[in-house]
Design a protein around this ligand. Structure first.
Ligand SMILES: Cc1cc2nc3c(=O)[nH]c(=O)nc-3n(C[C@H](O)[C@H](O)[C@H](O)COP(=O)(O)OP(=O)(O)OC[C@H]3O[C@@H](n4cnc5c(N)ncnc54)[C@H](O)[C@@H]3O)c2cc1C
Length: 417
C-alpha cells in the first residue's frame, strides 16, 4: 500500500509513541494518529512546575554516551541546559559515606578494566531488539556478576540501578541491567558534570516531538483492537471506533492480553510481564537539602519503602523549596504506609515542616524473569511483529531508558516501514 494512503494508529503518546509517529511522518506516512489515554503527552517524561522552576516526576536525565538521545535532541534543537546534577552518598542519619571502601578500589579498577572485554562476548547486546539473547544474560544480574567474578561492580551497579527503582539484582536478569547501563553509560554516569538535564524539563522533548505530529488524540484510551473482514483493524476508544491499516502498540502491553487475534503463547508472554512499584514524592520543605543524595543503606531489600534518593535539582536554593524523593513500595506486610515511612526518613535527615505537593506511583521498569526469558519471551514477541498488521514497541520491547526507547522505535521503523 502507498505510504500516503496507509492509515497508522500509534497507541500511547509517551516517548516511544511520539518518536514512532514523528518518524513515520518523516518517512512519508500522511495518516498517522496517536492515541494517548491521559490529557498530556510524554508518559514517563513528566515535568511539573513550582515557583517558575521545573522538577521531574518521571525521567530525570540523559547521558552524553546516549547517542540516539543526543541525535534526537540535535534534530529538535533541544539543548541540555538544565541544572547540573551532583551526587553524594549518605547513611540514614544524613552523614556522608564513600560508595566503595578504600580497600576495594584496586579490585574495582581491575573489574572495570575487564568489563568491556566480557561484554564484547555478548553479541545480542549490540542489537536494538532482544532476540537471541545469550543464556547467561537471562540469569539474575547478581549470578551473572558471580559468574564473571565482578564482586565490586555488583555493588556499584546496585548503587546505579536499584537506586533508581529498577529492581533487585538478585531477581532482575542481567539482560536488563546491561542494556540500561552498558559500559559507555556506566563510564558516562561516573562523570557527573556531563549529565543531560533540561531547563524546561524532560517534557520539553515530548512537546517538541508532539508539535511535529499532525493528529494527536488526547484523553482517548484504546480499549480494544479487532480485525475487520477486509484485513484492516478496528481501533476502539472509550468514544469511537476507527479503522486503520496498521497499529503500533507502545503503551504497556499486558492491558491488551485479551485481543482476540493473539495465540495462547502470546497471551502467556503478556501475562509474564512484571513491574517495579516505585513512588516519587514532591515535598515543599523549609530548608531544601543540598544536591542529590543517595541513601545506600536503604538499597537492601529489608529497607524497602525507605528513601533511596532525594534530588533538590536547583542547587542554588537552600531556603524553602521543593525536594523530590524516590522510594519503592514498602513490603506487603509493612505496618506503615509508604508516605509515613518517607516522612519519618525526612525527619531523621533533619528536614522539618514538610508539605506534600504531588506524588506519583509508577509501574516502573517492565521486565520478565529468568524463566520467561528461557521460555523465549523476546523471540516470540519479535515473531509477532507485523502479524495482522500489529507492531509492538515501548519499554518492555526496548528495555527502559529514553535512549533505549528511541533506539528501538527507530529500529522498528527501519525494519518494517
Ligand atoms: C521515575 C522514573 C524515572 C526515570 N528516570 C529516567 C532517566 O533519568 N533517564 C532515562 O533515560 N529514563 C528514565 N526513566 C525511563 C523513561 O522515562 C522511560 O523508559 C520512557 O520514557 C518510556 O517511554 P514509553 O513511551 O515507552 O512509555 P511510557 O512513557 O509509559 O508511555 C506510554 C504511554 O501510553 C499511554 N497509554 C497507556 N495505555 C493506553 C491506552 N490503552 N490507550 C492510549 N494510551 C495509553 C500512557 O498514558 C503513556 O503516555 C524513568 C522512568 C520513571 C518512571
Amino acid at each position: 500500500m502507498n505510504k500516503s494512503d496507509c492509515k497508522v494508529a500509534v497507541v500511547g503518546g509517551g516517548l516511544s509513541g511520539l518518536v514512532i509517529a514523528e518518524g513515520l511522518q518523516r518517512r512519508g506516512y500522511e495518516n498517522v494518529t496517536v492515541f494517548e489515554k491521559s490529557e498530556r503527552l510524554g508518559g514517563k517524561l513528566h515535568t511539573i512546575w513550582y515557583k517558575g522552576k521545573s522538577y521531574e516526576l518521571g525521567a530525570i536525565f540523559g547521558l552524553p554516551s546516549q547517542l540516539n538521545l543526543r541525535a534526537l535532541m540535535k534534530r529538535l534543537n533541544i539543548k541540555a541546559d538544565g541544572p547540573k546534577l551532583s551526587r553524594s552518598n549518605y547513611n540514614v542519619n544524613g552523614q556522608k559515606i564513600m560508595p566503595i571502601p578504600k580497600e576495594n578500589l584496586g579490585d574495582f579498577v581491575e573489574e572495570l578494566d575487564r568489563l568491556p572485554r566480557v561484554l564484547s562476548m555478548y553479541n545480542s547486546l549490540k542489537n536494538a531488539s532482544n532476540e537471541n539473547t545469550e543464556y547467561s544474560l537471562m540469569l539474575p544480574f547478581s549470578e551473572w556478576c558471580d559468574m564473571h567474578e565482578f564482586q565490586i561492580l555488583k555493588t556499584i551497579y546496585v548503587q546505579y540501578f536499584t537506586i533508581f527503582g529498577l529492581g533487585n539484582i538478585e531477581e532482575v536478569p542481567a539482560l536488563y541491567v546491561l542494556r540500561i547501563m552498558n559500559y559507555d553509560h556506566l563510564m558516562s554516569f561516573m562523570d557527573l558534570p556531563k549529565f543531560y538535564t533540561w531547563n524546561n524539563g524532560v517534557s520539553s522533548l515530548a512537546e517538541a516531538l508532539g508539535s511535529q505530529i499532525k493528529d494527536i488524540r488526547l484523553g482517548q484510551r484504546v480499549v480494544d483492537i479487532s480485525l475487520s473482514s477486509n484485513e484492516t483493524l478496528w481501533v476502539k476508544t472509550q468514544y469511537e471506533l476507527l479503522e486503520f491499516d496498521r497499529v503500533i502498540l507502545t503503551a504497556p502491553l499486558e492491558q491488551f492480553l485479551d485481543l482476540h487475534f493473539w495465540d495462547s503463547d502470546m497471551k502467556k508472554c503478556l501475562k509474564s510481564i512484571k513491574y517495579q512499584s516505585f513512588n516519587v514524592y514532591a515535598f515543599i520543605v523549609d530548608k531544601v537539602p543540598k544536591g542529590c543524595g543517595c541513601i545506600l543503606e536503604n538499597l537492601s531489600p529489608n529497607r524497602q519503602g525507605h528513601i533511596t534518593i532525594w534530588d533538590s535539582r536547583w542547587d542554588e536554593y537552600h531556603g524553602e523549596g521543593m525536594v523530590i524523593l524516590y522510594a519503592y513500595d514498602p513490603a506487603k506486610n509493612s505496618e506503615k504506609s509508604s508516605l509515613d515511612i518517607i516522612k519519618d526518613d525526612l525527619l531523621n535527615l533533619g528536614i522539618k515542616n514538610l508539605r506534600l505537593y504531588q506524588a506519583k506511583h509508577w509501574r516502573h521498569c517492565p521486565y520478565v524473569d529468568t524463566i520467561s526469558l528461557k521460555n523465549g519471551f523476546y523471540d516470540k514477541m519479535e515473531k509477532m511483529q507485523g502479524k495482522n498488521n500489529v507492531y509492538l514497541a515501548g519499554e518492555i520491547m526496548s528495555t527502559l531508558s529514553m535512549e533505549n526507547c528511541i533506539r528501538y522505535s527507530q529500529d522498528l521503523l527501519e525494519r518494517f516501514f
